[in-house]
Design a protein around this ligand. Structure first.
Ligand SMILES: [Zn+2]
Length: 253
């Protein structure tokens, strides 16, 4: 069957909706990880009035917009984090598909970027006091790179990246908790790993600068937000720089 441009658009919309559902699930994972609760049970409820939420309240992005950011039952405000995370995840998944089409490359790109986004969000919320999500994000990304790269990735550059990321983590955690070390190490490491090597000096300089701002209580929040926004930019840049494999263009164009 001929793969046409209209089919490509249809799948792009499909993956936008799929991505928003994945974003909705990520919200639940991030929140429940913070309070050490199961992801599956109990079902979602309003944190204020405890009213159990129904399917109509849980529709990604649109439920929040339709309810104007308030609980349907008690009118308590609902954090704007929910629709923002859902929207960004939707953008990650549908843009990854748009660039790569269906296939292994799509799965690798979208899963890598989704995990990068989830750990970044855990980082900015700052409630999860565990090292594991960050360590798993690094292990997954390194494995992904290792299996996809044509050459061995464990070279001098890799050692340089690892060393710089550890340095960023050490600086950021001097006056903070130990978890801060893993958080900053991970978010300094992932951009290094995914983005082109020519950007490395800039990434290193910015990461080290922001880590040093994390010292002072007054600048810490600003430094963390700038670091978070840079991660989101890095995710989009990596998807943008991924080579397009749109075979249908030859048919259509
Ligand atoms: Zn409520």
């Amino acid at each position: 069957m001929l793969y046409t441009e209209s089919m490509h658009w249809f799948f792009t919309v499909f993956f936008f909706i799929f991505g928003s559902l994945l974003g909705s699930f990520s919200n639940v994972v991030v929140l429940r990880m913070a309070i050490n609760r199961s992801v599956i049970f109990p079902p979602s409820a309003c944190p204020k009035c405890n009213h159990q939420l129904h399917a109509i309240d849980l529709f990604p992005i649109f439920s929040w917009l339709f309810l104007r950011g308030k609980c349907r039952y008690c009118k308590a405000p609902i954090s704007v984090q929910y629709p923002l995370v859902e929207s960004f995840m939707a953008i990650i998944i549908c843009l990854s598909f748009f660039k790569t089409g269906l296939g292994l490359k799509f799965i690798c790109l979208s899963s890598g970027m989704a995990i990068w986004f989830v750990v970044s969000t855990i980082f900015i919320r700052g409630e999860v006091l565990k090292h594991q999500p960050f360590i798993w994000a690094i292990i997954y990304s390194v494995a992904l790179k290792y299996f996809l790269a044509d050459e061995n990735i464990f070279n001098m550059n890799f050692l340089l990246i690892a060393g710089l990321s550890i340095l960023v983590g050490l600086i950021a955690s001097i006056k903070n908790t130990k978890v801060e070390f893993t958080r900053w190490l991970c978010l300094a490491f992932l951009p290094f790993l995914y983005l082109p090597f020519s950007l490395y000096p800039y990434i290193a300089a910015i990461s080290l600068l922001l880590a040093s701002f994390n010292f002072s209580k007054t600048n810490s929040i600003k430094a963390r937000w700038v670091f978070y926004v840079l991660q989101l930019g890095g995710i989009l840049l990596n998807i943008y720089l991924t080579k397009t494999v749109l075979a249908f263009i030859e048919y259509v164009g």
